[in-house]
Design a protein around this ligand. Structure first.
Ligand code: ADP
Ligand code: MG
Length: 487
């Protein structure tokens, strides 16, 4: 199918031609006609499958038919960077139309945004927090909105935006078209979607837990203190053209950035403690290829589109499998290939296994010159109980803390599906002999070994983020989530 078969008019087709969009992607092919018909949509497709154009193109088509000075389409996104990116994409599709597109998001002075709103826009892309702020001040009118889009809806709920979204939805005319998009569709979202959407057409492409098949995924089992050494080694190796390195906390992001900087890598970091301008600058420099590595917390996990991103590193394994899908989905976009590399320390093994179960894929295990301590010890099992355990199921005898653990703990450990040692040993990196270094024990500081920052307590009031305690999807996690915004 071509774009001209989905009923888009010439100015849009011309812009798409210039952007070298030859054919609609599957989600675009399915969504565009349904939106043009005026129906509500519950859209769910993999990362990088072209959801932005799937909802924007029919919006442009419909709105271009008449002129007005009102906000007729409202698009909500979870992060400021994503709001900017979506605006830029829509502007590029609308190059030959006379529609005005505006953006409002927190972290910067509202003055410019207020001026822009006064002049009038047809399409507004917004983060919920700033939008509610402006509405509170009676600086924005939403009563003429005909089309309402929630992009990355699950993330917005995760970030505690549900009340803001409900408040915003109340200000909109009852008769409107709703489009809800997400690459993952947890139960809460389905419930929320059912309450907001009217008789929606559900458009699903692939299983939502699928990671994109063009992304190769591998894991290094490595002790926390060696992760930085391995990261520098891999980033300096030839095949990393550019990379996003994800960490779980702002503090970990800063540490990784500093280390890469010292190793003469062109790098910047992006997380919730950085000023909005610095966040925007870093992203722009990364997109323009001026820096090779962007170190980021999950603020950059959603929606961010960097053309031809070669690598994603999970320096810390994410606590939620859905976040894993989104993080690695920054690469392998629009049918390109990509590489996702995970660093898994002993504390992260359960999370990694949960991810593998969720995506129904086993990652290739790669051995570095810094093998995990527990694996080295495994080669020389100590003690009767230890070797017995290992002999029975080929798994680590030292899973957990001591070989003298009570029986019920051993049973529990067995259930945890520990690292498959045999597999680890089978893999040798590209024929080269692996130089095995003796493991040097790490002396943890008073902070937690995983580098998690228990002191990060700032929350982004401007964007209306609330306590993570209230966030069910975080609350359920086994690992301690302190109830504070960590990224
Ligand atoms: P998603 O929101 O599904 O994760 P995006 O909408 O950000 O994905 O699109 C991913 C990338 O694919 C973007 O760089 C976009 O420009 C590109 N893209 C989208 N649609 C097409 C198309 N029909 N042909 C070529 N490239 C496309
Ligand atoms: Mg998107």
């Amino acid at each position: 199918m071509n774009f001209n078969e989905v009923n888009l008019s010439n100015p849009i087709l011309r812009a798409l031609e210039e952007l070298k969009f030859e054919k609609p992607s599957v989600i675009q092919e399915k969504t565009i006609p349904v939106v043009l018909e005026g129906k509500d949509v519950l859209g769910c497709a993999q990362t990088g499958s072209g959801k932005t154009a799937a909802f924007s193109l029919p919006i442009l088509e419909k709105l271009s038919k008449e002129k007005s000075k009102n906000i007729r389409a409202l698009i909500l996104t979870p992060t400021r960077e994503l709001a900017v990116q979506i605006t830029q994409s829509i502007e590029s599709y609308a190059k030959y139309l006379s529609l005005r597109i505006g953006t409002v998001y927190g972290g910067i002075d509202q003055k410019y945004q207020v001026d822009m709103l006064k002049k009038g826009v047809d399409i507004l892309v917004a983060t919920p927090g700033r939008l509610v702020d402006l509405w509170d001040q009676e600086l924005i009118s939403l009563c003429k909105v005909e089309m309402f889009v929630l992009d990355e809806a699950d993330r917005m709920l995760d970030m505690g935006f549900l009340d803001s979204i409900k408040l915003i939805a109340k200000q909109l005319p009852v008769k409107r078209q709703n489009l809800l998009f997400s690459a993952t569709m947890p139960k809460e979202i389905e419930r929320f979607a059912m309450s907001m959407l009217k008789d929606p057409v559900s458009i699903k492409q692939a299983r939502v837990t699928d990671t994109v098949s063009t992304i190769s995924q591998s894991v290094y089992y490595i002790d926390e203190p060696n992760k930085l050494l391995l990261l520098v080694q891999l980033i300096k190796a030839g095949d990393v053209k550019n990379a996003i390195v994800f960490t779980n906390t702002k503090r970990s992001a800063d540490k990784v950035m500093k280390h890469l900087h010292q190793a003469a890598v062109r790098v910047r970091a992006i997380h919730g403690d950085k000023a909005q301008r610095a966040r925007q600058d870093a992203l722009l420099q990364f997109k323009n290829g001026k820096i090779k590595v962007l170190v980021a917390t999950d603020v950059a996990a959603r929606g961010i589109d960097v053309a031809k991103l070669s690598h994603v590193f999970n320096f810390d394994i994410p606590e939620s499998p859905d976040n894993y899908i989104h993080r690695i989905g920054r690469t392998g976009r629009a049918g390109e290939t990509g590489t996702a590399i995970n660093f898994c320390n002993i504390d992260d093994v359960d999370n990694l296994k949960a991810i593998e179960r969720h995506i129904r894929k086993r990652m290739t295990v790669v051995e570095s010159e810094w093998p995990m301590k527990i694996l080295e010890k495994k080669e020389k099992p100590q003690g009767r109980r230890g070797s017995g355990q290992a002999g029975r199921n080929g798994k680590s005898a030292e899973w957990g803390k001591t070989t003298d653990a009570p029986r019920r703990d051993r049973a529990a450990r067995k259930e945890k599906d520990p690292i498959d040692i045999t597999k680890v040993k089978d893999v040798t990196p590209s024929g080269k002999p692996v130089v095995k270094k003796k493991y040097t024990p790490f002396k943890p500081s008073s902070k937690s070994e995983s580098g998690k920052d228990k002191t990060d307590s700032r929350r982004d009031k401007k964007d209306g983020r609330r306590d993570f305690k209230k966030d069910s999807s975080y609350g359920k996690k086994k690992k301690a989530v302190t109830g504070k915004a960590k990224y």
